[in-house]
Ligand binder design. Sequence first.
Ligand code: SF4
Ligand code: F3S
Ligand code: FES
Length: 235
Amino acid sequence: MKINVKILRFDPEKDRRQHWETYQVEASPGDRVLDVINHVKWYIDPSLTFRRSCAHGICGSDAMLINGRNRLACKTLLQDVVKDGGTITAEPIRGLKVEKDLLVDMEPFFDAYRSIMPYFINDNPPPAGERLQSPEDAERMDQGSNCILCACCTTSCPIFWVNGSYIGPAAIVQAHRFIFDTRDAATQQRLNVMNQNTGVWRCRTAYNCTDACPRDIPVTQLIEEVKRAVMYQQA
Ligand code: SF4
Ligand code: F3S
Ligand code: FES
């Protein structure tokens, strides 16, 4: 089939503002959006700039707005977003500074991630063998540990768009993973970060984050669990 790939372009060395450019591409319904964007770069305009790496939904680097919704380009099949002769749109994710074309500055996103101390903390010497956990306890932190830090959730959140100081759903999901880890000893520090005015109370349960997550993590539910943990000061 033949489709139009409409991409929001921006070159800081030439352009004063973003503008759309459209490319005609021959493709199959089973191709991914990443395939056609790669085609544009490899065969039509090598200056097109975007992030991608694994091409298999693992690295989280090719989040973009596809037909107006945050998606990973490598996990989105053409047959789900366009028909023969139709048009797909690709734009950079929102709320972060556009560096060039589909590439945004991810530093504020990773600053928020670092602020929740995304690593295991427990200074007590481990027992012989390993720190054990029951299957039930492991299940409580399981969903959050599937996060690939793609930023689809945070950059789909209207609260983040209007106030970039909001820590955002991705950082809260990561905090959840450690707050509900029974082996970790820094629960209180993380609850304190969540309780700041940039933290979990900014969430207004808009649910965009849950819709956007390519790992099917129930983001809003995890946020609500963190809110309860902050309220009762225990996980
Ligand atoms: Fe991406 Fe989902 Fe993690 Fe958010 S929670 S960063 S959408 S994988
Ligand atoms: Fe934003 Fe998700 Fe809350 S979209 S308002 S973080 S439920
Ligand atoms: Fe790695 Fe899409 S390129 S998740």
